[in-house]
Design a protein around this ligand. Structure first.
Ligand code: NAP
Length: 228
């Protein structure tokens, strides 16, 4: 199996790379800076900034020169409000501004879909695409104010990825979005409920049992359906 994980230098992405490599897969992990953590796992690090279309194009060319197919693409790279400068975090009504909202949508929603589109020629029938969303992108689960940019970016990802899933289905590719749960990473923080191992084990079990009937679905890390 040939797997590609975006944002693989730390957090959930690094754990995806670790578990996939341990299964014997050939794994490529993308990084924005150095790929030392991946070298230690025998995972090939490739440069990618998902917010930069030129970087996506160069990355796709680089990957296509190395492999003729990708069996599993995991769109994991993402930022929350702490990934944008203070003053652009859009966590509070009365302090909203455009830059932070648009940056989060660019990285978390537009990026994964453009990466997948660029890699589409490598996605052969039977390939799977897992895009990492969040419960914070669920409109049904949104019952309080605040966190405008991040929540909207994941809701946008859900819709873009759902449209993409039906287009990919025409080439025999199964594509879904999933909530990893609240996980102990730089983003999730030390008080989070799940270890990266627990979340990624659940998500890879979901990937293992995907069929065309799952196309365009939104799932929990434990494989159950997630409300939209
Ligand atoms: N942890 C949670 O509780 C939780 C909950 C719900 C959803 N999620 C989602 O799960 C995914 C992984 O989160 P995490 O907890 O592992 O976060 P993390 O520890 O903050 O890691 C984020 C990863 O994304 C990469 N990244 C950020 N911006 C990028 C860009 N423009 N281009 C390429 N890579 C970029 C980072 O690379 P650098 O090292 O170069 O910054 C890093 O590898 C994200 O999509 C996140 O929204 C996490």
């Amino acid at each position: 199996m040939i797997a590609l994980v975006t944002g693989a230098g730390r957090g959930l992405g690094l754990e995806f790379a670790r578990q996939l490599a341990a299964r014997g897969a050939t794994v490529f992990g993308t990084v924005r800076r150095d790929g030392e953590a991946l070298d230690a796992l025998g995972v090939t690090a490739l440069r990618l900034d998902v917010a930069d279309p030129a970087s996506i194009a160069a990355f796709a060319t680089d990957l296509a020169a190395r492999v003729d197919r990708v069996d599993l693409l995991i769109n994991n790279a993402g930022i929350n409000s702490r990934g944008v400068p203070e003053g652009q975090r859009n966590v509070r009504w009365g302090a909203l501004e455009p830059e932070g909202i648009l940056r989060m949508v660019q990285v978390n929603a537009v990026g994964p879909v453009l990466v997948t589109q660029a890699l589409a020629p490598l996605l052969k029938p039977g390939a799977r695409v897992l895009s990492i969303s969040s419960w914070l992108g669920s409109i049904q689960r949104k019952t309080s104010g605040g966190n405008y940019g991040y929540c909207a970016s994941k809701t946008t990802l859900n819709m873009l990825a759902r449209a993409m899933a039906f287009d990919l289905a025409e080439q025999g590719v199964i594509s879904v979005v999933a909530n990893p749960g609240w996980v102990r990473t730089d983003m999730g923080g030390a008080r989070a409920a799940l270890t990266p191992d627990q979340s990624v084990s659940g998500l890879l079990a979901l990937v293992d049992q995907l069929t065309p009937a799952h196309t365009g679905g939104f799932y929990q890390w434990d494989g159950t359906e997630h409300p939209w």
